[in-house]
Design a protein around this ligand. Structure first.
Ligand code: CTP
Length: 395
C-alpha cells in the first residue's frame, strides 16, 4: 500500500484538506498527516486524526520515545503533498528553512513532492512568492496551480486552492511509474451526435467513462495525452489536452489533425455510423403517422487510421450483442488494428454506463478473455498491452 503524507499549513483552505484526506483514504492509500501550528488554528487535529485513524504529527518534540518523527515520516512517504500551502511555507521550502516539523520532514523527503498553494491574490502574485515557486520547481517539486475566483478575504483573483480532483490526479501521477514517458497517446471517447433539425439529434448511450479512464491512466503513466470527446457531461481530466466535438465528421477532422504525431491511438468513442442526408433548417413538425429519414454513412475513422498508420499502435473497440469473437475479429482485420477490445453489451457488468467492463482482447495472433474489472483497472491493462505490442514490434 502506498503512503501519502499530507502536510497542512495555516491557510483558510485548510478545511479542504479534510476532504482530500477522505478521498485518498477512499482510494485505499495509507495517509499520514502533518500540521503546522497555524493549521491547527483553522481545523482540529482531532478531525484529521479521526479520518486517518491515527495521530497527526504537529510537534517533533513530544515525548513519544526516541523516534525522529520528521525523518520517519519523510522516509515512509511515497508521495508528499502540502495542501494548502501558504506563501510562508513555500518561501521556507524555497530557501531551505526547516523551523517546524512540516518543513523539516518535507525537505528530508526524497519521494515525489507536490505543493498546492492557497492564499490571497496579491500574496500569490507577489514577486517574492513567484520567485520562490520557480525556485521550488527547480528542485523537482510539482505544483498544482491555484484557481481563479472569490477568495476568503473578499478579493477576487488567483489564489483559490485547486480543485481536489486535480490534486488527487496529480498525486496519482506522481505515484505511477512512467512507461509512457515521452510518448503521445490519442484517445477518442463518448458518443457523437448527428443533428436532424435545430432541436433533435441521433446519438447512442456511450457515457465516455472508458475513454476518459484510458486518457487519465495514460497521463498517469507519463504520456502526453490528447482526448477527443463527444458530449459526455464528465469533467475534463486534469493535465490532458481535451478537444470537444459533436459529430462524427468533427471527430474525424480532429483525428486527422492529430494522428500523425501519435505513438498510440485508442478509439474508444462510439461513433455514429450514419447521419441524416440533409439537416432540416427548421424544426421538423409532426404531420403523418410515420416519418422516414434518409441517412448516409459516416466515414469510418478507425478504418482510415488502419489504412494510413505509419508506426502508430492502434487500438479499436467493438461493441457487439451477438457473435462477439467472430464480429470482433472481422473488425480487427478489416480496420487493421493492433489490438481490438471487444465487449458484449448483454453481459452483466459490460457496456456503456457501468464503471466496470468485461472484455476480450484480440490481436492478430491471440484471443484473450479478460475478467470483469473496473474501467480504471482495465485502462491500465489495455495500456500495458499496447506497450507490450509496441515493444514486440520494435524487436
Ligand atoms: N468507429 C470509427 N468510425 C466509425 C464507426 C466506428 O472509428 N464511423 C470505430 C469505433 O470507435 C470503434 C470501432 O470502430 O473503435 C468499432 O465500432 P463499432 O460501432 O463496434 O463497429 P462498426 O464498425 O460501426 O460496425 P457495426 O456498427 O456494424 O458493428
Amino acid at each position: 500500500m502506498k503512503t501519502i503524507v499530507v502536510g497542512i499549513s495555516g491557510s483558510i483552505a485548510a478545511y479542504k484538506a479534510c476532504e482530500l484526506v477522505r478521498a485518498l483514504k477512499k482510494k485505499e492509500y495509507d495517509v499520514e498527516v502533518i500540521m503546522t501550528n497555524n493549521a491547527t488554528k483553522f481545523i482540529s487535529p482531532l478531525t484529521l486524526g479521526a479520518l486517518i485513524n491515527k495521530p497527526v504529527l504537529i510537534d517533533d518534540f513530544d515525548d513519544n520515545g526516541y523516534e525522529i518523527k520528521h525523518i520517519s515520516y519523510a522516509k515512509k512517504a511515497d508521495c508528499f503533498v502540502i495542501v494548502p500551502a501558504t506563501a510562508n511555507i513555500i518561501g521556507k521550502i524555497a530557501n531551505g528553512i526547516c523551523d517546524d516539523v512540516l518543513t523539516s520532514s518535507f525537505i528530508a523527503a526524497t519521494c515525489p513532492k507536490l505543493i498546492a498553494p492557497a492564499m490571497n491574490v496579491n500574496m500569490y502574485d507577489n514577486l517574492a512568492t513567484q520567485r520562490n515557486i520557480e525556485r521550488c520547481k527547480t528542485y523537482g517539486i510539482k505544483f498544482v496551480e491555484p484557481g481563479y475566483g472569490l477568495l476568503a478575504c473578499g478579493d477576487t483573483g488567483r489564489g483559490k486552492l485547486a480543485d481536489l480532483n486535480q490534486i488527487v490526479a496529480m498525486i496519482e501521477y506522481c505515484l505511477s511509474d512512467k512507461p509512457l514517458k515521452n510518448k503521445r497517446v490519442l484517445v477518442t471517447a463518448g458518443p457523437t451526435q448527428e443533428a436532424l433539425d435545430p432541436v433533435r439529434y441521433i446519438t447512442n448511450h456511450s457515457s465516455g467513462k472508458m475513454g476518459y479512464a484510458l486518457a487519465k491512466r495514460a497521463f498517469e503513466l507519463g504520456a502526453k495525452v490528447t482526448l477527443i470527446t463527444g458530449p459526455t457531461g464528465l469533467d475534463f481530466p486534469y493535465g490532458i489536452k481535451t478537444i470537444e466535438i459533436q459529430t462524427a465528421k468533427e471527430m474525424f477532422m480532429a483525428v486527422k489533425e492529430h494522428y500523425q504525431k501519435q505513438d498510440f491511438i485508442i478509439k474508444a468513442a462510439a461513433v455514429g455510423d450514419y447521419r441524416v442526408k440533409e439537416i432540416a433548417k427548421d424544426k421538423i413538425k409532426k404531420k403523418e403517422e410515420t416519418l422516414t429519414l434518409e441517412l448516409i454513412k459516416n466515414d469510418d475513422i478507425l478504418a482510415f487510421l488502419g489504412e494510413h498508420k505509419t508506426n502508430q499502435i492502434i487500438c479499436g473497440f467493438a461493441m457487439e450483442t451477438q457473435n462477439l469473437i467472430e464480429n470482433a475479429r472481422k473488425k480487427l482485420i478489416h480496420k487493421n488494428c493492433d489490438l481490438l477490445v471487444a465487449n458484449n453489451l448483454k453481459e452483466p457488468g459490460a457496456g456503456f454506463k457501468n464503471d466496470t467492463n468485461k472484455v476480450t482482447f484480440l490481436t492478430a495472433e491471440n484471443t484473450q478473455e479478460i475478467e470483469l474489472m473496473s474501467k480504471n483497472n482495465l485502462s491500465d491493462l489495455i495500456l500495458k498491452k499496447l506497450i507490450e505490442i509496441q515493444e514486440e514490434k520494435a524487436c
